[in-house]
Ligand binder design. Structure first.
Ligand SMILES: C[S@@+](CC[C@H](N)C(=O)[O-])C[C@H]1O[C@@H](n2cnc3c(N)ncnc32)[C@H](O)[C@@H]1O
Length: 203
């Protein structure tokens, strides 16, 4: 029987698979951050679906970062993040319902939003209630229609919610949520791998 994404990822955290996952995402995330952090000389940052919080700690170390917050629906991932970084700010919450106390300039999310019940409603929520005017949302996704090698993941990982959308559909959802200057590109394309789909939009 398939289980909820956060149940599966809590198990990953207990088994230490979060660290291997972070390593696997490192190059794409570094590319994503390079593109957005330099646009601001002072910014607040949220990592939506932060896992063990590795991106929050990375960004918090930047001189121009005023605050970096991590949110994840897996209790074990958040406990791990807090154990590694007791001073850090990590929230255990479902991204479908959570709203930050203060709006931020940058929302980042790596390999998360296709696990949400309603990715379209989440994008609208980020646009309406998370971002400052001019703020940026940047997402990285490995599970998408054009990356055919990823199609077996829901079965392989036994995860109940995984929305398989095309690049074009993701762009449409960004536009529908209100984002402007919507851009997409693929990072790390190689044989039998269409790359990480990176999507960016501005409020
Ligand atoms: C593939 S992992 C990526 C973690 C992290 N971004 C990284 O790159 O290491 C997906 C994460 O999304 C979280 N997640 C899935 N559904 C969620 C939801 N509804 N609310 C909050 N977090 C969720 C999982 O708990 C998991 O930590």
């Amino acid at each position: 029987m398939k289980r909820s994404p956060t149940t599966v990822f809590s198990e990953w955290a207990e088994e230490g698979r979060d660290e291997k996952m972070a390593k696997g995402h490192e190059a794409a995330v570094s590319n994503m951050l390079d593109g957005v952090l330099k646009k601001y000389n002072s910014y607040r940052f949220i990592d939506a679906g932060c896992g063990n919080g590795w991106v929050v700690r990375l960004v918090n170390a930047h001189k121009d970062c005023r605050s970096a917050i991590g949110v994840d629906g897996s209790k074990k991932m958040i406990e791990k993040a807090q154990r590694i970084d007791p001073e850090g700010t990590y929230h255990h919450a479902d991204l479908m319902n959570w709203i930050p106390e203060k709006r931020v300039e940058i929302v980042h999310s790596m390999e998360v939003i296709y696990y949400l019940k309603n990715p379209s409603a989440f994008l609208e929520n980020v646009y309406n209630s998370w971002l400052t005017m001019g703020g940026i949302l940047i997402l990285g996704l490995d599970f998408y229609k054009e990356n055919t090698v990823s199609h077996s993941w829901p079965e392989d990982c036994g995860v109940s919610i995984m929305h398989l959308f095309s690049e074009k559909h993701w762009i449409e959802l960004f536009c529908k949520a209100g984002f402007k200057e919507v851009e997409s590109n693929r990072f790390g394309v190689k044989e039998n791998w269409s790359g990480t789909l990176i999507l960016k939009g501005q409020k």
